[in-house]
Ligand binder design. Sequence first.
Ligand code: PLP
Length: 423
Amino acid sequence: MEETHEEEIQFSPLGRRMASGSGIEDLMDDLGRTLAHSDGSIAMLGGGNPAPIPEGQKLWRERMAALLSEESSFDRMLGHYDPHHGNRRFIEALANLFNREYGWNLKPENIAITNGGQTAFFFLFNLLGDRDGKILFPLSPEYIGYSAQGIEPSTLLSIPGRIEKLAEPFFRYRVDFEALPTEMPIRAACVSRPTNPTGNVLCRADLERLHSYCRERQALLIIDNAYGTPFPNMIFREEEPFWREGVVLTYSLSKLGLPGTRTGIVIGPETVCRAVSSMTAVVGLANGTIGQALTLPFFEDGSIIRYCKEVVRPYYETRSQKAVEIIRETFTGISYRIHEPDGALFLWLWFPDLKIHSQELYEKLKDAGVLVVPGHLFFHNLSDEWPHASQCIRINYSMDIEAFPEAMVKIANVLRSPGVSAS
Ligand SMILES: Cc1ncc(COP(=O)(O)O)c(C=O)c1O
């Protein structure tokens, strides 16, 4: 047989686009390489992994052991394809949980399971959006993972948040309603709540306004609850999910400590859920079963809500407060602001007087032994240039709090070094 030379392999335009890499892919490669070659002294504040909460790890280990001993459930979990919309019992448990907690009227047809939240977004964005009907991110910066998801690159459009300075050292982004497009066709607006990277939890008044904006355009409002309520409930105040006609909610088991199970959940109009399930059938045949089987009893008896309220939320809230405290003690004399953290597992730092690009700051911090995510990667598909977009970094505070003070000293030293930031 004739040998095929690598350089002769031809990709389709779609193949070229999907396989051409992205900022986040390069960054993850760099983070992985740096960690692999380090002597263990590097502080990893760069990834999006949930914290290894000991109580959670024990819970999932014990539940897996129980599942192993339930012969028929275990054999079924491994030996059968689930229907492409997801496991029937898991979906019914979810619908009952939301209906019981919030008085909603969900039917199983309003729910579709996907192989992770990331896959759900790829399906939703391309199901709804294209060159002639945008997917709008009304509060940029937004989750990096959305950035390369439009099959047609011009599908996604971001609108910069309006900066509101609060009592030092805090600030927050607000939706700039005046700046939302009025002429352009919009198929959906999408926000993560809490927002990755900022930890911003949009208030209900803003959600109502966004919802009206969408309804006026026959567009859907997609709310990404990867860190949201009622699970994993990484929100540091009492909140309820926002559910109305024309809303699509997404959830994930990842931040419950189960990213390896790749389980995403879409809640929305029946037509949308049916379409998402069809896309699962085409792309992946069926979903992974393990996350659904593992967590099923906690959704059936509702104890997932108590677990998130009593374990997950306090764990992250305490860490977030501690991380802010350490930064305030360490960053004296440095010009910086922190986005008011309402939830999620990140702190978003803004250096208004930064003299270098956030990519260069990332490199300098890496050389100093701290891995962060440079902020410009979260400002994808902006309609206009925005200098602020290269003045921020995201840090994950949830990993090793013991190493956190030293990492902050290293960051402060870099910021104080000549040519980096005016104080
Ligand atoms: C805001 C947000 N949405 C969605 C995802 C995707 O999560 P997964 O695919 O693990 O469910 C993440 C992952 O970090 C995220 O931060």
